[in-house]
Design a protein around this ligand. Structure first.
Ligand code: ADP
Ligand code: MG
Length: 830
């Protein structure tokens, strides 16, 4: 159906091109350029209850919310009936929106026709489409047709106009405030279509949401659509579920059944398997280009059945995620985006309070962004097919969709309880294990997650023969020890919120599974809950060798040995670099983690030699650690930083500019304590130093960025450390500003060390260690020498020597930022 719209649209443009002169083309183009609508398949629909939206309930005051809704990511507004409401047989004081007294007029409580036109125009300017509610099944009792054309209405056996009758039961629906229209009357049908067309021509609306569409003959809708199509391509939504409606008339129908299943699941009356059944039927019943409107609430549900919180409790978010990620178009009802937690009155004035104490707005904004940005989620044929996954837990609903490079994997806990589950093997993910260093990284992260305070890393042959990580963390209970090796088995998803965090750090539960697929793995573990430990040996998963499991004596904690990495993947093994390079990569990982986690004891044993052993007791041991890794000079020239703003906290250490190097080796970045790489973040930090650095000079830094994982969106490739932030520009500028402010405030005052006398021929190896804030005078003879103030070098002394130095260095007077070490080397050559 949607395709059809596009086709008509194109045809319309084509007709224009043929009919009008070339200048007209320019005009069409500029109009098109002005209004940029989001493609329908990526749209989120928003239901507007004007009466309750603002204290005065007018179009004008609703309009003030347009920028906010745009920001939220809404792209179609569905205005609940905008027409005047009948007084006769009215329900309540203000009456039901669905008792229309005049299809051509505007409800005076909301404003005027001109107000409405303004609203449409302003929504269009923001790229938001506007569809209006159309109540074709019945009118209010004081609609002019009742007197003028009584034959337009359904009569009872006494010949009196009647309210609508439920065809199933033959009884009244109870909609006593409205009169049922008679669709056997063709004049009425014609009149109705004229009324609809009026709004498209007059107010430039973009479509209709058709009330009780199932009760009006399909032939009418098909005729109406055909006529309206002649004016402009519109979007048609039926409040009904019948697939026939989507054949020629409607683009989208309601997913009522899904709502009802979900309501029942929340009550414990249905299970996830009912969702499986439902989605199977959806696939059979509907065409690929039919859209289903998915929702957790709307005006009826909210008022009559209860808010989403009454129906789903804490699960409201989980069900909302479902409505945005299963095939179709999601709906947001007025106030849903701020977690509106009350039933709005239907026949009386009520007002939505727009405070958002629980932060729902950012949640829904993220969902809208996901909907519009991830191709796999596009509606109809545009999106990825949905795969449902069985995860061995009756309360967990897992789905995946893929389109092009876009993947989405959704796991929803639809119960009140924490759940344990296994993620399915069928979801394709990247490989975590690329090289020994990636194994080391994953295993260290697991130990950190397990709350270890002592972590030992043992490697042999640069990790190619052995990588062993021993920790004193929580350990695993027997049952978990084996399942931890299953693909996508994780103990780290408990709440919906975890999913958001999950989203920020790639997929969970992959590391152990991937490692055990390409190495011989031995796991020894014991949790505090058990008195006896577990040994799991996995030898070759591809040979279908069952893992060997036994009970062993073991202290609390976990030890994982990974032997003969890539023994079964020769191509990977060949791809590894020299031992020296692979070792260096592991070393960098150990360096990074041990610098960040200074309250942890780290032991690093390389080919049976203890390379380092840092205790985790000494709070102030950073300098020792940095001295170990980067030398005394560097240790004396780093400055701790800790800066916070609303969005992030930056903490760690910055090297003073003078100690900068030509390589980027000494730049360690963490986001929420996970070691990452980010070129843009590194670049931002370097930019923050500004002109304090020379060309191609890189400072040392070790920084941990704490960000609310819900507020950022980090895209990570599961196997790589390189991350991309969603709002990269913003983060970039913020970080640059923080670093710049900090660096400029750094204390550069020299702590003076005056060496009066130094022997000639001092060698590069025994350069005295002055840190960087110092004045050093090298006296070569009693009259000649070189003075360094901070990193500026002055030459003093005899002319001849000066000339020789100048020649050699090709510069005179001040040499900027010559490294002490380099300088001494030069001196020796003089
Ligand atoms: P993830 O860390 O993403 O959950 P992994 O495959 O790395 O996935 O680990 C799977 C599970 O095994 C973890 O969720 C955790 O429950 C358990 N686990 C792994 N390593 C350890 C460890 N060192 N100590 C305790 N539990 C661990
Ligand atoms: Mg892990």
């Amino acid at each position: 159906m949607i395709k059809k719209i596009e086709k008509t649209e194109k045809k319309a443009v084509l007709t224009l091109m043929i009919c009008f002169l070339v200048e007209m083309l320019g005009l069409t183009k500029s109009l098109e350029a002005q209004i940029q609508f989001q493609p329908l398949e990526q749209a989120t629909l928003y239901e507007v209850n004007v009466r309750q939206f603002t204290p005065d309930g007018t179009f004008a005051s609703f309009e003030e919310h347009l920028p906010r809704l745009k920001e939220l990511g809404v792209s179609i507004l569905w205005m609940m009936p905008i027409h005047p409401i009948s007084k006769e047989k009215r329900k309540g004081t203000l009456g039901s929106y669905y008792a229309v007294s005049d299809y051509r007029d505007i409800n005076p409580e909301y404003g005027t026709m001109s107000d409405f036109k303004d609203l449409v125009r302003n929504a269009h300017a923001l790229g938001i489409r506007v569809i209006i509610d159309w109540v074709a099944n019945h009118t209010g009792w004081d609609h002019a047709w009742i007197k003028q054309f009584p034959d337009y209405y359904t009569k009872d056996k006494n010949g009196n106009i009647t309210d609508p009758i439920d065809p199933q039961t033959g009884e009244s629906w109870g909609w006593t405030d409205v009169a049922d229209l008679n669709y056997e009357n063709m004049d009425m049908q014609k009149a109705m279509i004229e009324e609809m067309a009026y709004w498209v021509t007059e107010a430039d609306i973009d479509g209709f949401r058709c009330d009780v569409a199932h009760n009006v003959p399909i032939t009418f809708w098909e005729k109406a659509r055909k006529e309206i199509d002649k004016i402009k391509p519109c979007f048609w939504l039926a409040e009904a579920e019948q697939p026939e409606l989507t054949q020629h008339a409607f683009d989208m129908v309601y997913a009522w059944e899904l709502l009802h299943i979900n309501n029942a699941i929340a009550k414990g009356e249905k299970k996830v398997k009912d969702l499986f059944k439902y989605f199977k039927q959806v696939k059979q019943k509907y065409q690929a280009d039919d859209y289903l409107m998915n929702f957790i609430t709307n005006h009826d549900e909210n008022t009559w059945a209860g808010t989403e919180f009454e129906r789903y409790g804490e699960g409201a978010k989980a069900f909302a995620v479902m409505s945005f990620t299963v095939p179709g178009m999601p709906l947001i009802y007025s106030g849903q985006e701020v977690g509106l937690n009350k039933r709005l009155r239907f026949f009386e004035k009520d007002t939505i309070l727009w405070n958002d104490d629980s932060g729902f707005t950012s949640f829904y904004k993220k969902l809208c962004q996901l909907k519009s940005g991830n191709k796999a989620l596009a509606a109809g044929e545009h999106g990825g097919d949905m795969q449902l996954h069985s995860v061995a837990n009756a309360n967990v609903f897992a789905l995946s969709r893929k389109k092009g490079d876009d993947n989405i994997f959704v796991v929803l806990n639809l119960s009140k309880d924490n759940v344990k589950m296994r993620l399915p093997k069928s979801v394709e993910m990247g490989e975590v294990v690329q090289r020994p260093a990636s194994v080391v990284k994953e295993l260290i992260e697991n130990s950190l997650d397990a709350g270890a305070t002592r972590i030992s890393i043992v490697i042999k042959d640069a990790g190619k023969t052995l990588i062993q990580i021993v920790d004193n963390g929580s350990g695993m209970i027997h049952e978990d020890a084996l399942s931890s090796f299953e693909r996508f088995a994780t103990s780290k998803i408990k709440h919906v919120e975890d999913l958001e965090v999950l989203h920020t750090f790639g997929f969970r539960g992959e590391a152990l599974a991937s490692i055990s697929a390409v190495a011989h793995v031995e796991l020894r573990t014991r949790s505090a809950e058990e008195s006896i430990g577990t040994l799991v040996e996995i030898n070759d998963v591809f040979q279908q060798n069952a893992p060997k499991i036994s009970r062993i004596q073991y202290e609390q904690g976990t030890s994982i040995s990974v032997r003969n990495l890539f023994f079964n993947v020769p191509a990977r093994r060949k791809f590894l670099k020299t031992d020296q390079t692979e070792f260096k990569r592991i070393y960098e990982i150990v360096k990074a983690f041990s610098l960040l986690h200074r309250d942890i004891q780290w032991v690093f044993i390389v080919d049976e030699r203890e390379l380092l052993n840092f205790d985790g007791i000494n709070e102030d041991n950073f300098i020792n650690r940095i001295e170990f890794f980067l030398g005394k000079n560097m240790a004396a020239s780093v400055v701790p930083i800790s800066e916070t703003n609303d969005f992030l906290t930056v903490s760690g250490f910055l090297g003073k500019p003078a100690m900068s190097k030509r390589t980027k080796n000494d730049q360690l970045l963490f986001v929420n304590s996970r070691l990452i790489e980010s070129n843009s973040l590194s670049f931002a930090i370097v930019q923050g130093y500004g002109d304090l650095l020379g060309d191609r000079e890189y400072p040392f830094f070790m920084l941990n960025f704490k960000l609310n994982p819900k507020k950022i969106d980090v895209n990570v490739h599961p196997s790589k450390m390189e991350v991309k932030f969603e709002d990269e520009r913003n983060i970039f500028n913020m970080v640059k500003a923080i670093i710049s402010r900090f660096v400029r405030g750094m204390d550069f005052a020299p702590s003076v060390v005056l060496e009066k006398k130094l022997e000639r021929g001092v060698s590069a190896n025994n350069v005295p260690d002055y840190g960087m804030n110092c004045i050093i005078v090298f006296l070569l003879t009693p009259k000649t020498g070189i003075m360094m103030i901070n990193d500026y070098v002055f030459m003093i002394g005899e002319k001849g020597l000066l000339e020789r130095l100048k020649n050699y260095l090709g510069s005179s007077g001040i040499l900027r930022k010559m490294k002490l070490k380099d300088w001494i080397c030069h001196l020796m050559l003089v």
